[in-house]
Design a protein around this ligand. Structure first.
Ligand code: DGJ
Length: 704
C-alpha cells in the first residue's frame, strides 16, 4: 500500500508518504504546485556496507524493530519481557487541515494514532500521538516522542539559562552522537526549556533554512538531536517519565504533549513570523486580540514581604499617577507570610497586615481606576502552614523520606482529588469574595520527589495543574492569569493556552533583559512578555541603569513597573510617566505587529523592530561599550519597502554633547523622511550611544 497525503498552510506544503506500512515526511517546504506527485525513486537512498541491508529505516515514527539503530520514537516493555515493536499502517484519515495515521502491531499489542495538524495561515504544524495498550498484559512506556523529524544538517540553536537569566542561547554543530536536553524539575524549567532551532549552517535572524521546535509541556521533558549513522539528523521531544511512571493497563491510553514545529527559509525572523500569529490565533485563541494589555504595577521589588496598608495605598496612588492600569499585590499578603519560610497553603489575608481583609486595598486601587491582581502559589505549601499541619500527607514524595526543599517548601500532591478540591475551594472563595481581575500564578520549587501513592506521578501532577487552572478559569472566566515560576521557569505553549502572560524573568536589569527578551521573542509575541521597569539599582545584578533604558526596554513587552515609585526623583518619575504614555499610544502596534529582530553593525548592540501597517517602532540598545567609534547607521529590515515613513527618535539623548561633537538631525529632535527600502538598505543615522543607552525610533507613514 502506498499513500501520499498532502497538507498546505502558510505558503508551505507538507507531504506525508506511507510506504511499506510506515509513514514518513517526503517533503516539507515552500508550496508545491497543485497536483504535483513525486517519483518515489527520488526518496531512495544508497546503503553502505556494514549496515543493515535496508539501511537506517528512519520514518516519522522510527522503531528499532524495523531497523532503526538510533533512538526510537517509542520504548516500551512488558512484564513477560516483550519489547520489540514493528507497527504498520492501519489506515489514514484526512480532514480539513490535518491527518490522522493509525499504526498497530498486533503481536506487541499496541496501537498508536499520530495526529498532524497544519495551521492554514501560518504553516505551523502540531504533532500529537496517542498510544493504546491493546494487550491483556500491562505496558510500561519509557519514552514516546510524538514523531521524529529530520533536521536540516547544520547548526543547532539550543536554549538554556538559570534563575534571573532565562532564555540564554547556545549554538553548536553535532558531528556525531546524541545531544539531549532534559528537565527533571517538574516545570518547563529555566535551564532546559523544550525549544530548539535546527538550521542550515550559518543561519541567522534573516537567512537560512530553519526548523523550530517547541514541545508544549510544563513538566519533565527531554529533547534530543541525534546524528544518524547515515549522516541524517533526527530531532525528537517528549515527556520525561520517571522509572515505571507510565504503565498502561489493557485498553488504557497515553497521549503525548503536542510538538509544534515550523520551518522557514528566512532564518529566525521567518520562524517568528509564523509562530507569533500562530500563538495569537491558536494558542491564545484570539482572547487577547484588540484587548489592550493593562500596564502593571507589581509590588514585589517595591516592598517584598513588608505589606503595610498605608504604604501600599500610597504606592497605588503613585502608580496610578504614573499611568499604571493594574495593581498586582505580590507575595506577602496571606496569613503568616512574613518571609519565604512559612504560610504557603493558607490562602486567606493576613489579619495582622489586612485586619479588614483585602477589600480596603482593593477598593482603594479600584477607586483609582486600576484593576486589582493577586499573587498566589497554589501548588506549594510550607511545613509551617495550617494546611500541612492538618494534612501532612498531602505532599508529593515518599512518606518518611527527607526531601531536598526549595525555598523551604513542599509540592502539594494535586493528583489527589481532595488536594485539588481544597485548592480550588480556597482560590474560588478568594475570587468570589474579592474583586480580583488577575492572578499571578507562581511556582518556585524544583520537583525532585514526584511520588504519589508510592509511584512516580510527575505526568499526572502536570496534568492536575492544568486541570486546576482550567477549572478556575471556567468558574471565573473574567480572571486573567500570569504564568510565573521563579521568573520564566514555566513558559511554554501548553501553559499559555490557559494563561494570559508570562513573567519572563526576575531580572529587571534592562541590559540582561534585552537579550532575555530577544531569545524569548523567537517563540513568543511581545504582548505575553511581562516586562517591568525596576529600580535604578538592579536587585538581581547590582548594575545601575538609567530610567530611559529601563523604560524603553520594558516598553517593548507587556509593560509594568516594579519599584518603589515613591523614591523616584521628580525627573525620573516624569520620564516614567512619559514612557508609559508612549507605551499606551504604541501598544496597538506593539501587541499586534510583526516583530523583526535586527542585526546591528555593532555586536554590542541589540535591536528590534515591530512593524505594523504604515507604522513601525525600532529600538537599538547599546548593551556593551560600542566597538565602532562612529555609530554605523541603523539598518532596519522588515519595513514596508514602498512606504515613505516619517521618522522620529522618541528619546533623543538628554546630553548629546557627552558623546558627540556632531549630532545627527534625528538626535537633534528633528524628523526625517525615508522609504522602508532606504532605511533597510542604508539605515538611519544613529547618535553615538554609550553602554547602557538606547535609541527608539517611531516611524509613521507620511501622509503626503
Ligand atoms: C518569584 C517570582 O518570579 C517573583 O516575581 C515574585 O513573585 C516572587 N516569586 C515572590 O515570592
Amino acid at each position: 500500500m502506498s499513500d501520499v497525503l498532502r497538507l498546505d498552510g502558510g505558503g508551505d506544503t507538507l507531504l506525508v508518504g506511507v510506504r511499506e506500512g510506515r509513514p514518513s515526511i517526503d517533503y516539507w517546504g515552500p508550496a508545491l504546485p497543485n497536483g504535483s506527485v513525486a517519483d518515489p525513486r527520488l526518496l531512495e537512498r544508497a546503503v553502505s556496507h556494514g549496515m543493515l541491508d535496508r539501511g537506517e529505516v528512519f520514518s516519522l515514527f522510527p522503531e528499532s524493530g524495523w531497523g532503526f539503530t538510533a533512538t526510537p520514537a517509542l520504548q516500551v516493555s512488558r512484564p513477560d519481557g516483550r519489547f520489540i515493536t514493528q507497527m504498520t499502517s492501519q489506515g489514514v484519515r484526512q480532514f480539513a487541515g490535518g491527518i490522522e495515521l493509525a499504526l498497530a502491531d498486533n503481536r506487541a499489542g499496541i496501537e498508536t494514532t499520530i495526529r498532524i495538524d497544519m495551521d492554514a495561515s501560518t504553516g505551523v504544524v502540531g504533532f500529537r500521538t496517542t498510544l493504546r495498550n491493546a494487550d491483556p498484559e500491562p505496558l510500561r512506556v519509557d519514552w514516546i516522542s510524538p514523531v521524529a523529524l529530520s533536521a536540516p544538517d547544520g547548526d543547532i540553536l539550543g536554549f538554556g539559562g538559570r534563575w534571573a537569566r532565562e532564555f540564554s542561547r547556545h549554538r553548536f554543530r553535532l558531528a556525531s552522537g546524541l545531544w539531549a536536553s532534559e528537565a527533571r524539575t517538574g516545570r518547563t524549567s529555566h535551564h532546559a526549556p523544550p525549544f530548539l532551532v535546527a538550521g542550515e549552517a550559518g543561519f541567522d535572524e534573516h537567512h537560512g533554512e530553519v526548523l523550530g521546535l517547541h514541545l508544549a509541556w510544563s513538566g519533565d521533558h527531554r529533547m534530543l538531536v541525534e546524528r544518524l549513522r547515515d549522516g541524517r539528523m533526527q530531532v525528537q521531544a517528549g515527556e520525561l517519565f520517571w522509572p515505571g511512571e507510565i504503565i498502561l493497563g489493557t485498553n488504557e491510553t497515553c497521549e503525548t504533549p503536542t510538538l509544534y514545529a515550523a520551518r522557514a527559509s528566512d532564518g529566525l525572523n521567518g520562524l517568528s513570523a509564523r509562530l507569533h500569529p500562530f500563538v495569537r490565533d491558536q494558542i491564545l485563541g484570539d482572547r487577547l486580540r484588540r484587548k489592550p494589555r493593562p500596564v502593571h504595577f507589581n509590588t514585589w521589588e517595591a516592598v517584598y514581604f513588608r505589606h503595610d496598608l498605608v504604604e501600599l495605598k500610597a504606592l497605588a496612588d503613585r502608580a496610578a499617577e504614573a499611568g499604571a492600569e493594574r495593581f498586582v499585590l505580590d507575595d506577602g499578603w496571606f496569613r503568616g507570610r512574613n518571609d519565604d519560610t512559612a504560610a504557603l497553603g493558607d490562602w486567606t489575608p493576613d489579619p495582622a497586615k489586612y485586619p479588614d481583609g483585602l477589600t480596603p486595598l482593593i477598593d482603594h486601587v479600584r477607586g483609582l481606576g486600576l484593576e486589582f491582581g493577586l499573587w498566589v502559589e497554589p501548588e506549594m505549601a510550607n511545613a509551617d502552614s495550617d494546611l500541612l499541619r492538618a494534612h501532612p500527607d498531602w505532599i508529593l514524595g515518599e512518606p518518611g523520606r527527607v526531601q531536598p526543599l526549595g525555598r523551604g517548601q513542599y509540592v502539594l500532591d494535586l493528583t489527589r482529588p481532595e488536594v485539588s478540591e481544597n485548592l480550588f475551594a480556597q482560590l474560588d472563595t478568594l475570587l468570589a469574595a474579592n474583586a480580583i481581575g488577575y492572578l499571578k500564578w507562581d511556582m518556585n520549587r524544583d520537583l525532585t520527589h514526584p511520588a504519589s501513592g508510592g509511584r512516580p506521578a510527575s505526568h499526572a501532577q502536570t496534568r492536575a495543574v492544568y486541570a486546576l487552572i482550567d477549572r478556575l478559569r471556567a468558574a471565573h472566566p473574567g480572571v486573567e492569569i500570569e504564568s510565573c515560576a521563579s521568573g520564566g521557569g514555566r513558559a511554554d505553549y501548553e501553559i499559555l493556552r490557559r494563561t494570559d502572560r508570562i513573567w519572563t524573568s526576575d531580572c529587571n536589569d534592562p541590559i540582561e533583559r534585552q537579550s532575555i527578551q530577544q531569545a524569548f521573542s523567537i517563540f513568543f509575541p511581545p504582548e505575553v512578555m511581562g516586562a517591568h521597569v525596576g529600580p535604578a539599582d538592579s536587585h538581581t545584578t547590582a548594575r545601575t541603569a538609567t530610567l530611559d533604558l529601563r523604560a524603553m526596554t520594558a516598553l517593548l513587552g507587556h509593560m509594568g513597573i516594579e519599584a518603589d515609585v515613591r523614591a523616584f526623583s521628580p525627573e525620573e518619575f516624569e520620564a516614567l510617566r512619559a514612557a508609559i504614555n508612549q507605551h499606551k499610544r504604541l501598544r496597538p502596534l506593539l501587541h499586534s505587529g510583526r516583530l523583526v529582530r535586527q542585526t546591528p553593525a555593532d555586536p554590542g548592540a541589540i535591536a528590534f523592530a515591530v512593524v505594523g501597517e504604515g507604522e513601525a517602532l525600532a529600538s537599538l540598545a547599546q548593551v556593551e561599550t560600542p566597538r565602532i567609534g562612529a555609530a554605523a547607521p541603523f539598518r532596519v529590515v522588515g519595513l514596508e519597502a514602498d512606504v515613505t515613513y516619517e521618522v522620529r527618535l522618541i528619546n533623543p539623548p538628554r546630553r548629546p554633547r557627552a558623546s558627540m561633537k556632531q549630532i545627527p538631525a534625528l538626535a537633534r529632535g528633528e524628523t526625517l523622511q525615508a522609504t522602508g527600502q532606504w532605511i533597510g538598505q542604508v539605515g538611519l543615522p544613529m547618535p553615538i550611544l554609550r553602554a547602557g543607552e538606547i535609541a527608539v525610533f517611531h516611524l509613521t507613514r507620511n501622509p503626503a
